[in-house]
Design a protein around this ligand. Structure first.
Ligand code: ADP
Ligand code: UDP
Length: 235
């Protein structure tokens, strides 16, 4: 499979068309951004780690009944995926307080919730991805009621599978963001699942092994990504 034209260059990935109108090639970059692009940098090796981790995790999810866009890993950084129409919602699941939730609720980070939470942001960089609810999404035609039901069901399933999986790697899945798309009339999981999009803490030391090391200038950013990758046990 060959790249044809650059369709889109985002903050973390480039997306290319192919000869097949239903297939895209995603190329993961080492570029890192935070605070809606205000902070910029490079995390050496991140592109390959995020690509390979996403594909590994997507395979686990497929096996558990969550359909994904994954077709085939083409190289360290490149993967062929089903071209979807992205639903413009960032779906965020949280198991522990952290980040914007901790700030908003006046809580310290790392408090385990009684049950997972789910929230939506409107995927719109100009607006800074504002928090919205299901009714906004319906009123604005961002998704149908049926699509939101499917997305919600899959998002909690992703959480269940990933929580168990990361637990086995001695990691707490604090929270994460996922995106879904429409493909031939079905909702499928798209985009990525990586330390860029998840908060992962070592269960014993509570060390942060994710993009917060970059966002908050905590140091050892590359090492954190490498540590997560090492625990996945893929070579
Ligand atoms: P951003 O747009 O937030 O800067 P990226 O750099 O990760 O993000 O760019 C990847 C873009 O590709 C995102 O906008 C994402 O929604 C989109 N995308 C991810 N998977 C697919 C897919 N299977 N089909 C079409 N678009 C996708
Ligand atoms: N997240 C993401 N992309 C975004 C916003 C959030 O991948 O544009 C992830 C983030 O890495 C974390 C989770 O979603 O794992 C919840 O993030 P939060 O709302 O706390 O925002 P933040 O504190 O990152 O601004």
């Amino acid at each position: 499979m060959e790249k044809l034209n650059l369709l889109y260059e985002g903050k973390a990935k480039k997306v290319f068309t192919t000869e097949d109108a239903d297939v895209l090639i995603v190329d993961y970059k080492d570029d890192a951004t935070a605070f809606n692009g205000l902070k910029k940098g490079t995390i050496v090796g991140k592109g390959a780690i995020n690509n390979r981790m996403t594909n590994h995790v997507f395979k686990l999810l497929e096996a558990e009944g969550v359909p994904t866009h994954l077709i085939e890993e083409l190289s360290d950084r490149e993967t062929a995926v089903k071209k979807v129409e992205i639903v413009p919602l960032e779906v965020i699941i949280r198991n522990f307080s952290a980040g914007s939730f901790a700030k908003k609720m006046g809580m310290e980070e790392g408090i385990k919730f009684l049950c997972p939470t789910l929230e939506f942001s409107y995927k719109n960089d100009d607006l800074g991805d504002p928090f919205i609810n299901k009714y906004y999404a319906l009123a604005l035609g961002l998704a149908t009621e049926e699509e939101i039901e499917t997305i919600t069901k899959y998002a909690f399933k992703v959480n269940e599978v990933l929580q168990k999986y990361f637990d086995s790697l001695n990691l707490d899945l604090i929270d994460f963001k996922i995106e879904f798309g429409r493909y031939k009339g079905q909702i499928i999981l798209a985009d990525e699942i990586s330390p860029d999009t998840c908060r992962l803490w070592d269960k014993d030391t509570h060390e942060k092994l994710d993009k917060d090391r970059f966002r908050r200038d905590l140091g050892n950013v590359e090492d954190a990504y490498k540590e997560v990758f090492k625990r996945l046990g893929i070579h």
